[in-house]
Design a protein around this ligand. Sequence first.
Ligand code: NI
Length: 164
Amino acid sequence: MASVRGGHCVLELTLTFAQDFRADLNAIHAELLALDPSLAGVPWRTGGWTRLEIVGHLLDSAANNRQRFVRAAIDGHYAGPGYAQDAWVAAHGYNDQSWETLLRWWQVEHEILAAVVDRIPDDRLQTSCVVGEDAPVPLRFLIEDYLAHQRWHVVQLKTGMLVP
Ligand code: NI
């Protein structure tokens, strides 16, 4: 919607849910790219995951949630398992990958995820989703919570231990 105020044309844009999702992913991606690559193999805290493993965990979350988003959009309901986070990280051997590789995988995985969210009809955002033993939540919440989880781990990446 365009309106005229004080002689200036002001564009008032309402971002769609999918546009918001994409913008948030872009902001997270920028934060990942800004991290110091020399910290890749450094645990974020004593005994904790390395930065490589944290980004790997974000990839695992993307893989699991892509299933959820797609199935909820197709079926109009979703119920499925959680996943064993440490076992998934170990199964992928993320510490054996380079930082650049993992950031590239993150980018590709999220291009795919954004393409999925672009195509979720508005009414499907209310779809009831059950993950593991959790209470049912609308698909919209699952997607918002997905972003919150990514952001939480970005905080770990940025503020965790800075030396081995
Ligand atoms: Ni997590």
